[in-house]
Design a protein around this ligand. Sequence first.
Ligand code: NAD
Ligand code: UFG
Length: 329
Amino acid sequence: MHILVTGGAGYIGSHTSVVLLEAGHEVIIVDNLSNSKIETIDRIKQITKKELIFYQEDVTDEAAVDAIFSNHSFDGVIHFAGFKAVGESVEFPLKYYYNNTVSTMVLAKYCLKYGVKQFVFSSSATVYGENDVPFVETMELLPTTNPYGETKVISERILTDVAKANRDFAVSLLRYFNPVGAHESGLIGEDPRGIPNNLMPYITKVAKGKLEKLRIFGNDYPTPDGTGVRDYIHVMDLAEGHVAALEKLTPGVHVYNLGTGRGISVLELVKTFEEVNGVKVPYEIVGRRPGDIAESYADVSKAKAELGWTAKRGIREMCRDAWRYECGV
Ligand code: NAD
Ligand code: UFG
């Protein structure tokens, strides 16, 4: 298949492009490099020893998107492009609502114009809000605590309505839990600009001595050790989940959780990271971070039953691969 990968120079998009190329698909990436580097495109080629086409364009730019669609005959689109920093979305809501929802509408519009019938969307577990764990796809979505989360809810609705109005349009809404780790080559991974917001990149920078210590946001949650519990998933498992979703896509809307189904606490992750990599991660316990929930983990039975996909890599591999990437950066 010929697949348009938006945001393919980014963290999850680059790993998914590797898996797509290795599965024999043709990959065309469009990315404006607002949160990624051009070198990642070369690294994808280096890992796979395959060629791909890259456009440095913004997917909210209709003329640019129209031109890309007219140059190719796509079988499907995987839409990763978007902004993802929760705190920044509170400070600059319009920037987030605009980029994340307009990009979805523009891509859906040109899919319809050019007869592209398969659309895979990067959603997030954040759409479950404060539902009880484990999160199941059939749950009613509850308010998220920030504009970023709302952009995912809105994009899901937009794509659902487009599919209702166009009966041969096939949409897969993939709700990611907490992607971590890196390709085992250490050539691509997560390299956030500035001080990381997320736990794993913060841990690797502390272990490396680039940051002094980890601040653990709260140890008074109703969890076994009091720290927040999340469903961390290896980014390569997540990437494989996209290819499974794409290859099984049929008309209509399909929602899947992509996680491991297992909750890990902040302290458990820190201890595992130290043990696997033989490094220290100094930390202090501080107050809760506003907007955080106590626990998030997936019911993964639907993806297993319908896509034949389950996460294969465990928390030790996630820690090992995240560290290998940090050491190579
Ligand atoms: P990322 O920032 O590494 O990748 C996103 C890419 O999109 C970047 O390369 C950026 O340059 C590009 N981009 C942004 N706006 C664009 C635009 N208008 N036009 C073209 N390119 C644009 O982020 P990621 O972690 O790889 O996330 C990919 C997707 O998955 C995002 O939609 C994100 O919201 C979603 N998601 C991520 C997580 C996570 O924890 N990483 C969790 C749930 C969902
Ligand atoms: N945490 C710390 N210290 C830090 C960073 C995080 O203790 O420096 C804790 C958090 O309180 C939380 C856990 O580590 O308990 C995970 O936090 P992350 O920021 O790594 O991830 P979140 O679960 O808060 O959010 C992530 C993405 C969101 C996405 C959500 C669900 O950042 O975009 O997963 O997919 F919506």
